[in-house]
Design a protein around this ligand. Sequence first.
Ligand code: 0O2
Length: 222
Amino acid sequence: METNQKNQTINSIYGDYQKHLCEILETLTNRLSKANETFRLKNGEALYEHINGRIKSEQSMRDKCRRRGLPCTPYSALHELTDAIGLRIVTTFREDINQVIETIEHFEDCRIIEKKDYIHNVKPNGYRSYHLILDYETPFEDVCGHTPGHYFVEIQLRTIAMDTWASLEHQVSYKKNIDPKREKLIRQELKRCADELASCDISMQTIRNLIREDHAHENTAR
Ligand code: 0O2
């Protein structure tokens, strides 16, 4: 529940479904953490570096509904829009992203219904990330009144370098008004940083592959 300036209670935009959102977030986070641990025990390296989750805030969801011309209702928030529940998985190397996607593809109650590849199709400002929209089946009812229920979950996958840039850019410029006199320079610099970090990601991946090849040769030579 939220309160407005007159301290009147405003019903959550997520209605009675709000309690389920946290439960879904926790279940998926735990499952991914377990998968990470299993992968690490088997391969000696983690699947990903860290994971964060969030339920989109009331304000942010209401703003998004208004921007999209949708009424601020649970149906808009949970059926028309797909990012009420969000997970961000940060990997050390670029190729680990594919491995995480493969792991998620094996979750029986999750279906990937959309993939947005902002790594190959970099946003003009330099934003890189791989987004998945999941249709997650639950034993409880969804906003359409169906049981089993279906809830959308947005998963953002990126490397540490991509995440560093996105966090910085989010703080300084994403969806913010910038002084028009400086805007061009700021945007150019942000784009340059994004491209430099992307080039580091490629070098780090190459180094990792070389080290792996080296280990493989060592093992066959024994
Ligand atoms: P938050 O706080 O992360 O939830 P829209 O959501 O309207 O912008 P769309 O098409 O629904 O557009 O989603 P899109 O562009 O695939 O991805 C939206 C989310 O990706 C954003 O969520 C950000 O988290 C992230 N993102 C996308 N583009 C950028 C970018 O240029 N810079 C940064 N830093 N992040 C980006 P929200 O809802 O904006 O915020």
